[in-house]
Design a protein around this ligand. Structure first.
Ligand code: UD1
Length: 415
């Protein structure tokens, strides 16, 4: 199994280019199947989740051609509404196939994503949406099946503004009969990007980016060309890396309006940043102040930057508190950070972080963003760190070791 060897202590300097957003690319790849003709999607990151979803789509009969960061999808030869079970279990976003196939063919079947059971990674809100549109839903032995003679638009109130549920309902409603209204909808930029693509394909969607989305179903969608938005989480990770190493980094290809909550917190800490049209320059300048952070749905502070921010907060004066409100079990990186000397106490959904110096250690990645945090910790840890199980990191960061090396970090990927 591959691992990263990181020797801490180097300052990051230079430019780094951010890729297209994974969490926009995945639903947009699935949405291309709604059309009757080919789509060309640009700035699709080369990540394992993307390859797995492309494999699922190919397995369903569609043609998928990848070249660099472009993917062409021709759905003309789709021949099943069912996904490969083993592949579907590998990524959560495989459930977008449900909304797409239900919308297009009135039937879909897939394995529950991520091999997790419905108790701890629920998809109840997705299913509530499908049922409201007239679908019958069954869940047997880890397989979800949705069926409808006819999908008819309705009003759906989401108990929580779930990103996945909002996307899945939007996909399902796009070819349904009549009007669907999603109340308490998620507002994340990635679903706005999906809505923009659907609109270019011919869908009628209003209110995206607010908490009420209205979709008027259409009979047919056409394949189109679309460029994916930059990945705000990848951008935020490199911004935090620059701050951590007291570096001077221009993070290129960022829509800074998508990371206002991070920029606000970094300002509050005393970090110098200069935003321009193509990105943001981050300049580490001495000691930063501690801050409190609470993760929230967009436009609040993203849960996907929580673990990376925690590493930065070990380097600030005083004590900081992070409250995680989105995912119940997202402090798995803490034990590993403690092995590197971090002074962190968990109390329920909050973490208390005190200033501490980190030293290199052997650490194991438990999930994607936890892995990013451990790589960042390695950059400032005294001596050598070995970061294991990096396949989790590689689900979300294309060439992270190459990008960090080009900025001056001492990091190697070894088998
Ligand atoms: C997406 C992102 C993920 C990010 C998350 C929150 C993708 C592929 N992943 O995940 O990186 O951390 O948004 O910004 O885009 N929930 C329910 N019932 C449901 C669905 C969700 O209770 O049917 C709860 C979840 O348990 C969780 C919260 O809602 O506590 C947020 O989940 P959701 O917004 O759905 O996240 P994902 O779309 O899975």
């Amino acid at each position: 199994m591959a691992k990263f060897i990181v020797n801490g202590g180097n300052t990051l300097e230079g430019k780094v280019k951010i890729n297209g957003a994974k969490n926009a690319a995945l639903p947009i790849l699935a949405a291309a199947l709604l059309a009757d003709s080919p789509s060309v999607l640009k700035d699709i990151p080369n990540l394992r989740d993307v390859s797995n979803l492309c494999e699922i789509i190919r397995g369903m009969g569609a043609t998928v051609n990848r070249s660099g960061h472009s993917v062409e999808i021709d759905p003309s030869d789709l021949n099943t509404y069912e996904t490969d079970k083993e592949l579907a279990k590998k990524l959560r976003a495989s459930y977008y196939i449900l909304g797409v196939m239900l919308s297009k063919y009135g039937e879909a079947r897939t394995a529950l994503p991520g091999g997790c059971n419905i108790g701890n990674r629920p998809i109840d809100l997705h299913l509530k949406g499908f049922k409201a549109l007239g679908a019958e839903v069954s869940l047997n032995h880890g397989i979800v099946e949705v069926k409808a003679d006819k999908l008819v638009g309705d009003k759906i109130y989401l108990d929580y503004p779930s990103v996945g549920a909002t996307i899945n309902i939007m996909l399902a409603a796009s070819l349904a009969e009549g009007k669907t209204v999603i109340e308490n909808a998620a507002r994340e930029p990635e679903l706005v990007d999906l809505a923009n693509f659907l609109t270019v394909m011919g869908a009628k969607i209003k209110g995206v980016g607010t908490d009420i989305i209205k979709i008027e179903g259409v009979n047919k969608l056409e394949g189109k060309e679309h460029r994916i938005i930059p990945d705000r989480i990848e951008a935020g990770t490199y911004m935090i890396a620059a701050a951590l190493t007291k570096g001077d980094v221009f993070v290129k290809n960022v829509l800074t309006e998508h990371i206002k909550s991070l920029i606000a917190k970094l300002h509050e800490m005393g970090l110098e940043m200069v935003e321009d049209i193509s990105g943001v320059r981050v300049k580490g300048n001495g000691k930063l102040d501690s801050v409190d952070v609470k993760t929230l749905p967009y436009p609040g502070f993203p849960t996907d930057l929580q673990s990376q921010m925690m590493v930065l907060l070990t380097q600030t004066e005083g004590t900081s508190i992070i409250k995680e409100t989105v995912w119940e079990n997202r402090f798995m990186h803490v034990d590993e950070l403690k092995r590197m000397g971090a002074d962190i106490t968990i109390d329920g959904h909050s973490a208390l972080i005190r200033e501490s110096s980190l030293s290199g250690a052997e650490v194991t990645v438990t999930d994607l963003r936890a892995g990013a945090a451990l790589v960042l910790a390695g950059l400032i840890g005294d001596g050598k760190s070995e970061v294991r199980k990096i396949h989790h990191v590689e689900r979300g960061y294309e060439g992270i070791e190459k990008k960090l090396s080009s900025l001056g970090a001492d990091i190697k990927r070894v088998k």
